[in-house]
Design a protein around this ligand. Structure first.
Ligand code: ATP
Ligand code: MG
Length: 415
């Protein structure tokens, strides 16, 4: 038997309703907050990701699906959405219009990682990006959208972690201090962090290896080194969150390893996901648009992993569906009349189905039960003669006779 690729999962029909629900909540809320949808391509030139995500990151170092195109150019399946959004914004000059500066996307991302619960090689993200707005209140808006997304879906026990990593200038002094602090402790860091010490020292702070965690326990704190402006920005974000009654904790370990990340960084975690506890993360990236050769443009966004969200949605959440009408036609004239009626119902926007193989009423009603139909519409030769159908409530088994002409009105009126 042929199988799917390791770490790549099917979303089966019994899960699809939940996915629709998640996506509908995402679309509706993002739209309410003034974000417009953008659909960016699944693959781009490798250079886009290499440039924007940066060489010394897990994604670019080992997680990208990269392949040569037939003309030899290098392509990569998108590992995240921000790079593609910024590329599209610059290519189509969307920065010029206030209606296209707040964007959201939904869709699959691809990373070659070790598959485990909550970590896949194809996974889905809901993300938003706001470009060109420096005001700390946009940071608050974005975090509140993320928070409302999770609460609308019924997720519980979440923690919002907040930090500010200042600007590149703010960090220069801090990174020196951090290296000074760690230089005598290199032996107490994991191999990865020993490498990071030169390539990306900030990332040592968020290493998950317990030894590294312990070693950095007393490390200098980044927010102590913020410039006055960054401090004021951070303070305004925190005050905005408090005003909206969104609870948070300050987490000094929350960092981003790349130069273009600035100021606000945040993450939302759940205690119910085991090792993969982060469901959504984001922050400011005031330097990225310039890295991609655009004008200096402040920007902020987040991305949420939807598989992890799906794992956290309470099981008893129902995804109310429109009722299903099963058309049970049998007999020489009943069957074709039923097929015509099925078509009429569907054209009238009513969810309806049948079983072409069923020839007896008993067999047809059995299928209606299996399909969990709410109602069956019974139509045999006798009914054709009298121009009536029998409407059967599949739960209560109550039956009612309805004239041909009245069926769709009756259904639309709520029966
Ligand atoms: P992690 O630390 O879990 O690897 P990350 O920092 O690589 O996460 P981001 O690039 O910030 O993740 O992506 C945002 C969100 O996307 C994550 O918080 C997570 O919910 C989700 N995510 C990232 N990688 C995967 C994956 N391989 N499978 C499923 N979800 C993922
Ligand atoms: Mg990762």
């Amino acid at each position: 038997m042929l199988r799917s690729v390791k770490g790549i999962k099917d979303i089966l029909p019994d899960q699809a309703a939940q996915w629709h629900h998640i996506e509908t909540v995402a679309r509706t809320l993002a739209t309410h907050y003034g974000f417009s949808e953008i659909r960016i391509p699944i693959f781009e030139f490798t250079e886009l990701y290499a440039r924007s995500i940066g060489g010394a990151t897990d994604i670019v170092e080992k997680e990208m699906y990269t392949f040569p195109d037939r003309d030899g150019s290098s392509l990569t399946l998108r590992p995240e959405g921000t790079a593609g959004v910024v590329r599209a914004v610059l290519e189509h000059k969307l920065l010029d219009s206030p209606t296209t500066r707040k964007l959201f996307y939904l869709g699959p991302m691809f990373r070659h990682e070790r598959p485990q619960a909550g970590r896949y090689r194809q996974f889905h993200q809901f993300g938003v990006e706001a470009l060109g707005i420096e005001d700390p209140l946009i940071d608050v808006e974005i975090i509140s959208l993320l928070w409302q997304f999770f609460s609308t879906l019924g997720l519980k026990d979440l923690t919002l972690h907040m930090n500010s990593i200042g600007t590149l200038d703010d960090r220069e002094g801090y990174v020196r201090k951090l290296k000074g602090y760690l230089s005598s402790k290199l032996d107490s860091l994991c191999g990865n962090c020993q490498r990071r010490f030169t390539a990306n020292p900030l990332r040592i702070l968020d290493c998950k290896v317990p030894l590294c965690h312990e070693t950095t326990q007393e490390a200098p704190i980044l927010i102590d080194d913020l410039s006055e402006q960054s401090r004021i920005h951070f303070q305004a974000v925190l005050e905005g969150l408090s005003a909206l009654e969104i609870p948070y904790i300050i987490n000094h370990r929350l960092v981003r390893g790349l130069d273009y990340y600035t100021r606000t960084t945040f993450e939302i975690t759940s205690p119910h996901l085991g090792a993969q506890s982060t469901i959504g993360a984001g922050g400011r990236y005031d330097g990225l648009v310039q890295v991609l050769q655009g004008p200096a443009t402040p920007a902020i966004g987040f991305a949420v992993g939807l598989e992890r969200v799906s794992l956290l949605i309470p099981e008893n959440t129902s995804h109310a569906q429109i009722p299903l009408f099963f058309v049970a036609g049998f007999g020489e004239t009943g069957k074709p009349a039923a097929f015509k009626l099925l078509h009429t119902l569907r054209q009238a926007g009513i969810r309806a189905d049948t079983d072409h193989k069923g020839n007896t009423l008993k067999a047809l009603l059995r299928t209606a039960d299996k399909l969990k139909a709410d109602y069956s519409i019974i139509l045999g030769d006798d009914e054709v003669r009298s121009e009536h159908v029998i409407l059967r409530n599949m739960q209560t088994k109550n039956q009612d006779t309805v004239h041909f002409k009245e069926i769709t009105q009756r259904i639309h009126r709520g029966l």
